[in-house]
Design a protein around this ligand. Structure first.
Ligand code: PMP
Length: 537
């Protein structure tokens, strides 16, 4: 099949916009060609329009050759571009299945292209003949989604292949959720079928929805047509850099965690009387039919749990689409579905901060229902931060992704800024006086921490570390951490500590700090129970 002949004539004849950097081909030199600012701040130059590094690392991770890859601002960009490349507005149409991901229809409508939806069978399987029968001479693209959203099931491979072989236009198979299925999908077949396009995304199993990076995988001629039509700099520098870094880091443990949680949630849901049916899932969500989905939806919402109501989608009456969260999030969900703990609102405090150097996210539950998780990439710093929720009497999930190749400085400082911001908000919700203190011995070491949460930032640091380095972290970094923390918490913090073992000194400081905090959060001196956090958010 000659793919060029399927392309709209104006696109076929298009002379693409050529970027200044494309024309010179040089990667270094004195760049006076693109009217950029010459002052280097990391972002003064345009990003690589061909996203070479990003494609190279994605290619290494997936085994898909770079020449078969188009990178876009999410896979949503590829959906829109495919329609614009192949469908003549007001004349052509697309065919898709129902229910499925809504963007195929929306992107078609934006481009004045009509969309025919072919219902899946009652078990949500694909009937290839029904799809082919719905096509006419003006049908230019068939959009399939496997595993399908919102039904969660992988489409039968022979059925998909029947459509690819028999359709005289482009077949798109959206594999946004393929990593959760254990199946390799169709990416390996793009050189066999020139009319086949696979969509992949970093938004799901790779955890980068905020970066907006997705891929189309296809034969080289089709990829080069998408490259002609896209905005020249469609993936920004930050997204390209972070995506490369996170792809290098890998996603195996998170992927395994989601898959094993999916199985746990399924088996727990089976025991819940309100649940009528759990559809099999190859994705990171479950489609679940309830006796009264509206009531369940509202009950969850009241508890601060947001799921997607799919009850009006074809064949999905009474069904909610529920994403798989962390173990503790899923446990809270299941508890609410069982009807336990109803009426008690979750009052999570969530703070995020993203700079050129780091991305930090902190989630605190003053009620202590989250499972504590700390991940900064700096093992000893993790160990210290873990002390804060345990001894502070709340629960916390903290994640930091930073430029550790330049040392831990940025990560430690930025964690202090975000954490301090969250702690300040939590403490402010508690009435009462604002001066607290705690002294704590730890073997031969001891620490005493006094806090005044009254709004004035000041750090007094009288800590004698017996060495300049504690388990790989410069001891001065701890002073720096508490200095930044006192500023973002808007608190006066006095720390006095000493001992023979540097590890013990640091740990005693973090524990004493957390214990002071605990008294700050306690109700009139009774620190066995945390104050209600209503009004925190
Ligand atoms: N395809 C499917 C099936 C999806 O469910 C989604 C997002 N929910 C997307 C594509 C969009 O992905 P991206 O974030 O890469 O635009």
């Amino acid at each position: 099949m000659n793919i060029e002949s399927l392309v709209r004539r104006n696109i076929r004849e298009l002379v693409p916009y050529s970027t200044a950097r494309d024309e010179c081909g040089l990667e270094s030199g004195i760049f006076l060609d693109a009217n950029e600012s010459p002052f280097n701040n990391g972002f003064n130059r345009y990003p690589d329009p061909a996203q070479k590094k990003l494609k190279q690392i994605y290619s290494e991770v997936t085994g898909i050759s770079s020449e078969n890859l188009f990178a876009g601002n999410g896979s949503d960009e590829a959906i829109d571009l495919l329609i614009r490349v192949f469908c003549e507005p007001g004349a052509d149409n697309i065919v898709t299945i129902s229910p499925t991901y809504g963007m195929y229809r929306t992107a078609a409508a934006v481009n004045n292209i009509s969309c025919t939806e072919v219902p899946l069978e009652t078990d949500f399987s694909l009937n290839p003949q029904r799809v082919l029968n719905a096509c006419c001479a003006e049908t230019k693209i068939i959009f399939l989604c496997s595993p399908n959203n919102p039904t969660g099931n992988l489409l039968n491979k022979e059925s998909v292949e029947t459509i690819i072989i028999n359709f005289r236009g482009v077949v798109v198979v959206d594999e946004a959720y393929i990593d959760f299925s254990g199946d390799r999908g169709f990416a390996g077949k793009v050189n066999l079928y020139p009319n086949l396009v696979i969509l992949r995304t970093l938004s799901k199993a790779w955890g980068m929805a905020g970066l907006r990076v997705g891929f189309a995988v296809s034969s080289a001629p089709l990829i080069s047509i998408l490259g002609k039509v896209k905005y020249p700099y469609n993936v920004n520098i930050l997204s390209q850099q972070k995506a490369v870094a996170l792809l290098k880091r890998g996603n195996k443990s998170q992927l395994d965690a989601v898959i094993s949680e999916r199985e746990r949630v399924i088996s727990e849901l089976r025991q819940i009387p309100d649940v009528v049916e759990i559809f099999p899932s190859d994705a990171n969500f479950l489609l679940v039919r309830f006796k009264d989905s509206k009531e369940v939806f509202c009950r969850l919402l009241e508890s601060g749990i947001i799921v997607r109501d799919r009850s009006s989608a074809e064949g999905c009456r009474g069904a909610l689409r529920i994403g798989i969260g962390t173990r503790s999030e899923n446990t809270i969900l299941l508890e609410r579905l069982r009807g336990a703990g109803s009426g008690r609102a979750l009052s999570l405090l969530c703070k995020q901060r993203s700079t050129a150097e780091t991305m930090i996210s902190v989630k605190i539950d003053p009620e202590g229902n989250l499972e504590n998780e700390v991940s900064t990439g700096i093992p000893f710093f993790n160990h210290m931060l873990e002390q804060i929720p345990v001894h502070g009497g709340f629960s916390m999930q903290l994640w930091a992704g930073g430029d550790l190749e330049n040392g831990p400085h940025h990560t430690i400082e930025d964690v202090a800024i975000v954490l301090g911001d969250a702690l300040s908000e939590m403490v402010a919700s508690v009435p009462g006086n604002n001066r607290y203190g705690f002294s704590l011995p730890m073997d031969e070491s001891s620490a005493s921490v006094l806090i005044d949460t009254g709004g004035r930032a000041y750090l007094k640091w009288e800590v004698d570390f017996p060495s300049l380095n504690v388990e790989g972290v410069e001891s001065d970094m701890f002073r720096h951490f508490f200095d930044s923390l006192s500023r973002s918490m808007k608190a006066t913090i006095h720390v006095k500590a000493g001992g023979i073992n540097a590890h013990h000194v640091a740990e005693a400081v973090f524990k004493a700090f957390a214990r002071s905090l605990r008294t700050a959060l306690s109700t009139s001196g009774n620190d066995s129970k945390i104050q209600s956090s209503k009004g925190v958010l």
